[in-house]
Design a protein around this ligand. Structure first.
Ligand SMILES: Nc1ncnc2c1ncn2[C@@H]1O[C@H](COP(=O)(O)OP(=O)(O)O)[C@@H](O)[C@H]1O
Ligand SMILES: O=P(O)(O)OC[C@H]1O[C@@H](O)[C@H](O)[C@@H](O)[C@@H]1O
Length: 511
């Protein structure tokens, strides 16, 4: 190529390169601006969803007070037998709680069986009467196979009876049954039952994850007794109690000031000691004690005051029991993780929280369980690595940014806080019903009041239980809350059921 031509070519090439560089820089700047704009738009969408969640799940104290008042009204309607009451306020036929060391003379070997929403426990207790009290106890916990929750009545009760029969076979010499006596059982059944007596009752409906045709309306003691016979197990059910009633009995045995029991487990519910003459629908003889334990079945409470979000409505619509157990679906362990999942799914769909592709596993109902939510919520590490690994294991999203992890933890916090505060409002309502929510106007000292709590959610989800207790103190105010004790009554329902079996033993009159 000639010199001039070469120079010309070089000039053209330089110019082209220069233009390319300028154009490339412009394109990169434009791409960066477009990317920045897209990222800014995404962040805006994330913020909008979070603001909406914070607003629709908010539980300001004034709202909680209104909810407590609405609950008390429904409690009163239920006690009147108003068929439209949101609360069943079921009569337990427990009118004389085992009173433990001061009076309790229960003694002997008794069994208890506790069918909950997730677990099933069998227990044997050697009661030692006044001096020894619970001399010895052994128990076994079994997860309920999910297929039995939606199978047949026969399969469920045969499973229960088989586990119980095996457990009885392991009875050691340290437990002894006097000659000629039949083993006796307290049956804790964590579902709403119309009690016909202390040892019989018909199932009103299934709740939580159970939905078994053919059991509603049946006497659950008769179902269990038939299953025990099929197992060749000679045992008599002498007490049928809801787990809240069992927990109340177990709690009172340990502390005479227990007036109510609350379960926060797979489901939620509360029982309390009502004055028998404050139960208009009670037509029986007034109990000697003047009291009757009421199983409120508060999980079925609903009110337009309850902060219901689009996520709650969708969860309820797709649940096994749409329109039922609304208060329970905002609070209990079966549902908290699922609510968080639904909010994360919305963030994934609308704001690409986990990137342009929505993680397939996030679409799976109940894939995020409350224990996992609890582990994420309690992650206090600087890079939230526990939360990150949970998202990876459960949702299938690896390498989430710190921002995404903080957002996830914030969602856990909002959902858990709402549940805890609503549960506190429920307890506050029961205390109001009992007149234990404020210092007496006549100047007499406030009575020490104990609420026994149990259930895997309350026991293990520390941020939940501490938020509940702080909210309850806030609702009560300093003076009244100084007389209130909220305490964990671990497996109270098992001991309680055994105690009630003892106090209603067919041999009771020969103590
Ligand atoms: N570590 C945990 N953190 C938060 N919730 C938990 C934890 N462990 C269990 N739970 C909740 O407790 C429920 C089990 O409660 P539990 O009282 O043990 O059994 P059940 O409900 O069958 O009576 C589970 O469904 C779960 O939602
Ligand atoms: O012990 P769980 O399984 O959490 O049950 C708590 C409550 O769950 C509710 O769904 C039931 O209606 C109540 O009867 C029960 O007490």
């Amino acid at each position: 190529m000639g010199k001039a031509a070469a120079v010309g070519t070089a000039v053209v090439v330089c110019a082209a390169v220069g233009t390319a560089v300028v154009l490339g820089r412009r394109r990169r700047r434009r791409d960066a601006e477009l990317l920045g704009a897209a990222e800014a738009e995404r962040k805006k969408k994330v913020a909008a969803v979070i603001e909406d969640v914070e607003r629709t799940l908010a539980t300001p104290t004034a709202l909680l007070r209104g909810i407590s008042d609405a609950l008390v009204l429904e409690m009163e309607r239920g006690l009147r037998g108003d068929m439209h009451s949101q609360l069943k306020m079921l009569i337990s036929y427990v009118d004389n709680l085992p009173t433990g060391p001061s009076v309790g003379d229960e003694h002997g070997l008794f069994y208890a069986l506790d069918l909950g929403g997730t677990n099933f426990r069998v227990l044997r207790v050697q009661l030692g009467g006044r001096e020894k009290r619970v001399a010895k106890q052994q128990y076994q916990e079994v997860s309920i196979p999910p297929h039995l929750m939606v199978g047949t009545s026969l399969e469920l009760f045969d499973f229960i009876a088989a586990v119980l029969a095996k457990f009885v076979e392991t009875e050691g010499d340290e437990f002894h049954l006097p000659m000629g006596r039949q083993r006796e059982l307290g049956f804790t059944f964590s579902f709403p039952v119309n009690q016909l007596s202390i040892s019989s009752g018909t199932l009103i409906k299934w709740t939580k994850g159970f939905s078994i045709n053919g059991t509603v309306g049946e006497d659950v003691v008769a179902e269990l007794s038939k299953a025990m016979e099929r197992q060749g197990l000679d045992m008599k059910v002498t007490a049928l109690v809801n787990d809240t009633v069992g927990t109340l009995a177990g709690g009172r045995y340990m502390d005479n000031d227990v007036v109510a029991a609350v379960i926060l487990g797979t489901g939620t519910n509360a029982a309390y000691v009502e004055h028998a003459n404050a139960i208009p629908k009670w037509t029986g003889l007034l109990p000697k004690s003047g009291n009757m334990v009421i199983n409120t079945e508060w999980g079925s409470f609903k009110s337009d005051k309850l902060p219901l979000s689009e996520y709650d409505k969708a969860l309820d619509f797709e649940s096994l029991n749409p329109g039922e157990q609304i208060y329970e679906k905002l609070i209990s362990g079966m549902y908290l993780g699922e609510i968080v999942r639904r909010i994360l799914l919305k963030l994934a769909h609308d704001a690409a929280l986990f990137g342009d592709v929505v993680p397939a596993k996030l679409e799976l109902p109940f894939v995020l369980r409350t224990p996992d939510m609890s582990a994420m919520h309690h992650d206090a590490s600087h890079d939230l690595k526990i939360l990150g690994s949970k998202l990876k294991d459960i949702v299938g999203v690896a390498d989430t940014s710190l921002e995404v992890r903080y957002i996830t933890r914030h969602i856990c916090d909002i959902v858990a806080e709402r549940g805890a505060r609503l549960a506190a409002a429920g307890i506050y309502g029961i205390l109001k019903k009992l007149g234990r929510d404020k210092v007496p106007t006549d100047g007499s000292p406030m009575q020490r009041t104990v609420v026994a709590l149990d259930g895997g959610l309350y026991e293990h989800y520390k941020k939940f239980s501490s938020c509940l207790e702080a909210t309850l103190s806030d609702l009560l105010g300093d003076e009244a809350s100084s007389s209130l004790v909220a305490k964990l009554a671990n497996d109270g329902s098992g001991i309680g059921a055994a105690l009630l079996a003892a106090s209603h033993s067919q041999y009771a009159d020969i103590y």
